[in-house]
Design a binder for this molecule. Structure first.
Ligand code: FMN
Length: 410
């Protein structure tokens, strides 16, 4: 029996445990960790738990229709795979494995600029739609050449991430010696090597796949960008609103803006020509302290939902979370960590299992709600007031905690 099959792996948390066992801490924490105190990382999940469903009982449904349309393309599932950089460090050709699993499930895979596998190889691995996520690492000409390759390879949309003017401080990465390991200097690496050697199956797979990867979709004049240069490259090439003009000129297909938190930025994105926006806080990996995405989704839907498709990511761990986001107006959601830990646990089989867990969750949730299809979901199936109450409650709790810590009277 496959290591990721039921009954051993019932939910995404079970997959996470397998990934944690297989991967060295430096890789597992890169996937699992968030920025600074990881407040937003936790809040993303907690906010979903704070929303109550309002089911319609005594409704018999043999099967519910899980299809949705995003940018005019039909997806068999209301969730797709988010861009996850460096997936090739989790499993050989990790990006291609994930793209294949998404295509088999009839949904979309998004390839990160910071991937270890050539974009052509990833597209060829999937029989479904693929989107290419753009960072401007290396500058405009380097990005233009990747965009031209993405078009020739058959990617159907560009996802422009706007929340990464600098890499977030992921404290776990600092403690795990990520920077030191990237120096390739044996003396600097020495204290961190035992942890890698303690995971021989992972180590053998990475070495068999060519060792520490480069970024074949960021081709600088002297060849593909190396790993140690990511932070500086992101900071030197911040995506700004003005860039959207030349990006749209270079790409005649739809552009999706990822990393929108407010109605104002959503409006700006649409005015700049975006055909869809992703309400995302990068899974709590960038600005810590920013609100959980499900809390800001209604404001973005109200601002631009009648003009463009609004997607959401950050914090999706169960099919019930997917359904709650759809009830509050998202057209579909993207999963990041659920995908990444699937790759880390078992490559293609792990991602396929993550997708199947969420698909079955969504189907069961619709039946329990008495709702025949994704298209029929709306706000009446959730207690949206619970979100506002939980929001003010969690602020009250946070203020209370801060007061206690500072020893102030309530
Ligand atoms: C390991 C990892 C790497 C990521 N790399 C990228 C990236 O290269 N580009 C990007 O736009 N987002 C990246 N993200 C963010 C995801 O696309 C997505 O926004 C986030 O993971 C969603 O939150 P979730 O992990 O709670 O599902 C990454 C996320 C993770 C976990």
């Amino acid at each position: 029996m496959s290591i990721v099959a039921a009954p051993r792996v019932v939910n995404i948390e079970d997959l996470r445990r397998l990934a944690k066992r297989r991967l060295p801490r430096v890789v597992f924490d890169y996937i699992d960790g968030g920025a600074d105190g990881e407040t937003t990382l936790r809040e993303n999940c907690r906010a979903f738990e704070a929303i109550d469903f309002r089911p319609r009982s005594a409704v018999a449904l043999s099967a519910c229709d899980l299809h949705t349309r995003v940018l005019g393309t039909e997806l068999a599932l209301p969730f797709g795979l988010a861009p996850v950089g460096s997936s090739r460090l989790f499993w050989p050709l990790g990006e291609a494995m994930a793209a294949r699993a998404a295509g088999e499930a009839g949904t979309v895979y998004t390839l990160s600029t910071l991937s270890g596998t050539r974009l052509e190889e990833v597209k060829a691995a999937s029989r479904g739609p693929c989107w290419y996520q753009v960072y401007l690492c290396g500058g405009r000409d380097v990005a233009l050449s990747a965009i031209a390759r993405a078009r020739a390879a058959g990617y159907s949309a560009l996802v422009v991430t706007i929340d990464t003017p600098v890499a977030g401080l992921r404290e776990r990465d600092v403690r795990n010696g990520t920077k030191e390991l990237l120096t390739r200097n044996p003396w600097t690496m020495l204290p961190w090597l035992p942890e890698l050697l303690a995971h021989p199956r992972w180590l053998a797979s990475v070495l068999g796949d060519g060792g520490l990867m480069k970024f074949p979709n960021i081709v600088l004049p002297d060849g593909p960008m190396g790993y140690a240069d990511v932070g500086a490259a992101l900071e030197a090439s911040v995506v700004c609103w003005d860039d959207l003009a030349w990006i749209r000129e270079a790409w005649d297909g739809p552009v999706i803006i990822k990393g929108v938190h407010t109605a104002d930025d959503a409006r700006r994105a649409v005015d700049a020509g975006a055909r869809a926006v992703v309400v995302s806080n990068h899974g709590g990996r960038q600005l810590d302290g920013v609100a959980a995405t499900i809390r800001v989704l209604p404001e973005v839907v109200e601002a631009v939902g009648h003009e463009v498709d609004v997607l959401l990511d950050s914090g999706i761990r169960r099919g019930g979370d997917v359904v709650k986001a759809l009830c509050l107006g998202a057209k579909a959601v993207l999963i990041g960590r659920a995908e990444a830990i699937g790759i880390g646990a078992a490559g293609h089989a792990g991602v396929a299992r993550a997708i199947e867990i969420l698909r079955a969750d969504v189907m069961r949730t619709l039946k329990l709600l008495g709702c025949p299809s994704i298209a029929a979901l709306d706000r009446s199936y959730v207690d949206a007031g619970a979100l506002a109450r939980a929001s003010s409650g969690s602020r009250r709790d946070a203020v209370g905690r801060a007061r206690q810590e500072a020893d102030l009277p309530a």
